[in-house]
Design a protein around this ligand. Structure first.
Ligand SMILES: *Cc1c(COP(=O)(O)O)cnc(C)c1O
Length: 374
């Protein structure tokens, strides 16, 4: 193996029953969204997250669209969310006609700053969209208390939290409605895929209907409401079921990788490493994030270029919602600033941590980082 072989930022591990279950789909001809793996995957995923109902969908972004639609969020409403997140969160809210109202991030965990939420509540606020970032959950107890006090719904985006817990309870079990993604860089993957979970049967039924164009059971091509085609295929669910069987192994491996990097990078000056644990959770390292401190004379973009020249893949942090051209172009967020989100967006990036990564590759990443930072 040449030392110049490129190390991708993520490569999934598909070494369980994936092939066997996919072959079953092909052998039986069940390849569309009809087929036995869908309900099996939904039931087993719901059990794992401790929820009564799960609705499998085509990706984690549309899972958020369904969540927003199923809660009846609409024009004139406001939804409080972190500025530091993926566009999918804000896009779902904006498409519903509602407005994303933002808060900054905690400088250590990079999760939404709970202390800023209550100040942003108005008579139009309908919900808080919680997004657990990079491997550590948001501190849910105080957030749920604010939601209860102001009668707000909670949408929990747990796309980066498969198998993670908050005070021993599964992430994804806290929202009125919660969502996951199964993109290949998540802890378990279906290629593309997502899930919506809830304990409320009416919300789950509404999600099932919205997922499938709101066909009426009693009169198929007559519609009382506009839905979507957000269906997951049996092929995706087959992959998902095989991956779910391996979730505990995957989380153990991700934690091991996180510890490996943290130990070997601890002596490097000028970088902020991820928090290993808080009082309510141990990091599951969805990714291994690094933030360059002020004493480093270049930003994340430069660091990523230098890593790429050493054949090491990396990705930038999220770009804050209040700086997105698609929103500032509408005149939104003009006099608002979220300094932590801005800083980590400029100075944060993550290094290879896919499940297929080998220890040799990780050592090369560490050596590469040392070169780049010295
Ligand atoms: C990955 C991710 C999504 C989007 O999921 P897709 O399946 O890629 O559409 C949404 N929210 C968060 C926090 C994510 O990390």
């Amino acid at each position: 193996m040449g030392s110049a072989a490129f190390i991708p930022v993520n490569e999934p591990l598909l070494d369980g029953n994936e092939k066997k279950y996919l072959n079953e789909c092909i052998d039986t001809g069940w390849i569309s969204s009809e087929g036995p793996f869908i309900s099996k995957f939904e039931e087993q995923f719901a059990a794992r997250v401790g929820r009564k109902h799960a609705v499998a969908v085509s990706n984690g972004s549309v899972a958020l669209d369904l969540a927003v639609a199923a809660l009846g969020i609409t024009s004139g409403d406001e939804v409080i969310m972190p500025s530091f997140t993926i566009i999918s969160c804000a896009a779902a809210v904006v498409r519903s006609g509602a407005i994303p109202v933002l808060v900054d991030s905690d400088p250590l965990t990079w999760n939404m700053e709970i202390s800023q939420i209550e100040k942003r509540v108005t008579s139009r606020t309908k919900a808080i969209m919680v997004v657990h970032i990079y491997g550590l959950p948001v501190d849910m107890d105080p957030l749920l208390e604010i939601a209860r006090k102001h009668k707000l719904k909670v949408i929990e985006d747990a796309a980066e939290m498969h198998g993670q817990t908050y005070k021993g309870e599964p992430c994804g079990s806290f929202g009125d409605i919660s969502t996951f993604s199964f993109y290949p860089n998540k802890h378990i993957t279906t290629g593309e895929g997502g899930m919506v979970l809830t304990n409320d049967k009416a919300i789950a039924d509404h999600c099932r209907s919205l997922r499938n164009l709101c066909f009426k059971p009693e009169k198929r091509f007559v519609h009382d409401e506009l839905g979507f085609n957000f269906r997951m295929t049996n092929l995706q669910a087959a992959l998902g079921l095989a991956q779910l069987e391996r979730l505990d192994v995957f989380i153990a491996r991700k934690r091991e990788m996180g510890r490996f990097y943290s130990e070997r990078l601890a002596s490097l000056r000028g970088i902020q490493l991820p928090v290993l644990k808080t009082v309510y959770a141990d990091n599951i390292f969805w990714v291994y994030p690094i933030v360059l401190m002020d004493e480093i004379p270049f930003d994340a973009e430069q660091a990523m270029k230098s890593l790429a020249s050493l054949s090491i893949g990396s990705r930038p942090f999220f770009y804050p919602m209040h700086l997105q051209p698609v929103f500032t172009g509408k005149g939104w967020y003009k006099n608002e600033s979220y300094p932590v989100a801005e800083k980590i967006a400029n100075r944060g990036f993550y290094i290879p941590s896919g499940l297929a990564l080998t220890s040799d590759q990780m050592s090369r990443v560490v050596e590469g980082l040392k070169k780049v930072l010295n």
